[in-house]
Design a protein around this ligand. Structure first.
Ligand SMILES: *Cc1c(COP(=O)(O)O)cnc(C)c1O
Length: 398
């Protein structure tokens, strides 16, 4: 344990205790591998919670950041700068949206999306009673607005009533959404593929019907693509799978591949009636360094054709996960799309994750009984094989 033990003890003494951390001190990464302070190698199937899509040490990405650091890191949004203008143009192009606001995190992107929807409704007819329909088992972040639309009472319990006027429908149950609609409903917010809630993809019928409901009643559809976006499902954004477009969407996680950056985007139709100067802002949001990261990520995605790679290789991942499901009785389901998959267990998965760590494989859960597979998007067949061998070995021992 040596040096690692020292840092773990130090952290435990000074961090606010909000995380139950695994007993690993990570030191550096290469490609799809991470190394701890003692030099032990781990195959990373978590990517820093679906963030590090390009893997560790991507040369073009790292060089773009180094260049920008030497040039200009921050200016505030009182002025223009090249990386943020270019990143805005690129992210609008790849999402098919018209306007973007860059944030520092996913939860802030959700805050902005909520404010945008409320302002849109307010512009049409001023009122402080507009309602938002969110989904049970959703996860949208930890700030008060994002928490208020997060459909997990456990996360909200100690923190009051939230922003109010939020109603929860059942994901993939269209009638449950329809039933909640009133003349005050201004938005429906959901993940296109629920992540934290246990890797649940949206049903095509559900998405299409909600889209139509929103169109018919001028309700805004907000899709949270923070985890499922950026190539992870084999589409640049998961909503492409359904042949629909949101009115407002959010991105983060892999958007900056490790540099903290998020975004909320909207169509021109929404923007025309939504936030104006004075309504929203951020000191750091979309600063030159963050936007240099976004630009470099989008460029690498295109040059390496990451989305096609995910699409080509994900059937292989699916096949291996299905084989695990078929081989072990305690594995009860496999769900997901592309490189965003989950295996559901009939037992808590903490022991499995711990066992895999000891064997050099980093995995994370989504809830207590689901293992989530969100590897860097650059993994190859042999990485999937290695993952498969380690999990199989660990499950045989259990
Ligand atoms: C992670 C996540 C968020 C919150 O993002 P942070 O950057 O942690 O604030 C919101 N929505 C979804 C779907 C997420 O997976």
């Amino acid at each position: 344990m040596g040096i690692s033990k020292e840092y773990m003890d130090m952290g435990d003494s000074y961090f606010l205790h909000t995380y139950n951390r695994y007993p690993i001190v990570l030191d550096h990464g290469r490609g799809v591998n991470l190394y701890d302070a003692e030099g032990k190698e781990y195959l990373d199937f978590a990517a820093g919670i679906a963030v590090f899509a390009l893997g560790y040490g991507d040369e073009a990405y790292n060089n773009a950041l180094k260049e920008q650091i030497d040039k200009l890191i921050h200016t505030s949004n009182l002025y223009y700068n090249a990386p943020s203008a270019l990143a805005a143009k690129e992210i609008c192009r790849v999402t098919g949206m018209d306007r973007v606001f860059f944030t520092n995190s996913g939860t802030e992107a959700i805050e902005g999306a909520i404010k945008s929807a409320l302002k849109y409704a307010y512009t049409k007819a001023p009122s402080d009673e507009y309602e938002i329909i969110a989904m049970e088992h959703s996860f949208h972040g930890r700030s008060m607005g994002a928490l208020s639309v997060t459909g997990n009472p456990h996360y909200r319990e100690a923190f009051g009533t939230g922003i109010g006027h939020i109603k929860f429908a059942v994901y993939n149950d269209y009638e449950s959404v329809e039933k909640l609609v009133t003349e005050k409903t201004c938005a429906v917010i959901m993940e296109t593929l629920q992540g934290e809630g246990g890797i649940h993809p949206a049903d095509p019928e559900f998405v299409k019907k909600v889209r139509k409901l929103c169109d018919d009643r001028d309700i805004l559809l907000i899709l949270d693509e923070i985890q499922c976006g950026m190539g992870r499902t084999g589409h640049m954004f998961a909503f492409e799978e359904y042949g629909i477009k949101p009115d407002i969407m959010t991105a983060a996680k892999a958007l900056g591949c490790g540099i903290p950056v998020g975004a909320f985007l909207m169509t021109e139709r929404v923007a025309e009636k939504s936030l104006v100067p004075g309504d929203h802002g951020s000191t750091y949001g979309g600063n030159p360094l963050a936007c240099a990261a976004v630009l470099a990520v989008l460029k690498e995605f295109e040059e390496k054709d990451i989305v096609s790679h995910v699409r080509e290789l994900s059937p292989y991942l699916t096949e291996k996960l299905d084989r695990i499901k078929d081989s072990f009785d305690i594995v009860t389901d496999r769900r997901g799309m592309g490189f965003m998959q989950g295996l559901e267990f009939s037992v808590p998965v903490a022991e499995v994750i711990k066992g895999c760590q000891e064997e050099g494989l980093i995995l994370i859960s989504a809830g207590s009984s689901i293992i989530r597979f969100v590897p860097p998007l650059i993994i190859e067949k042999e990485d999937i094989d290695r993952m498969y061998e380690i999990i199989t070995k660990v499950l045989q021992k259990l």
